[in-house]
Design a protein around this ligand. Sequence first.
Ligand code: RB5
Length: 150
Amino acid sequence: MKISIASDHAGYELRQIVIGHLKDLDYEVIDGGALSSSEPYSYVEAGKKVCKDILDGEANKGIAICGTGIGISMVCNKHKGIRCALCNNEYMARMCRQHNDANVLSFGARVVGQALALAMVDAFLDEDFTGGRHAVRVGDIGVLEQENFK
Ligand code: RB5
């Protein structure tokens, strides 16, 4: 499984920790976004990079980090075919896979600590989509995309 991860400057430090964790678990990682925590970098560009990697078939899933997770999740959810879940706890990270078939996890480096971030990453990557009635609802999101996105 290949994971694309990107962040703005606010998420830079936490992103390095998440990348180390993913590599320890033998995931292939595509790294993008800010090159340091000191130079401002737009969460818009970071979110676009993660989504492009997924939509181009270069990555299976994505992780998008900014200060709050809000801006970058908004950016990701402007892409057709991307279901980005902004999560603040492990339960949300688990459920966004089971019920929503999220393909991008986002969180805020100024909101969650390192241990919680890694627990959410593990939950997100370990869980599968339940399907069934949830597949109907996720399908309806796809219909909305067709209606509202060019
Ligand atoms: C950067 O200062 C901050 O605005 C950004 O990381 C994020 O929190 C936006 O949603």
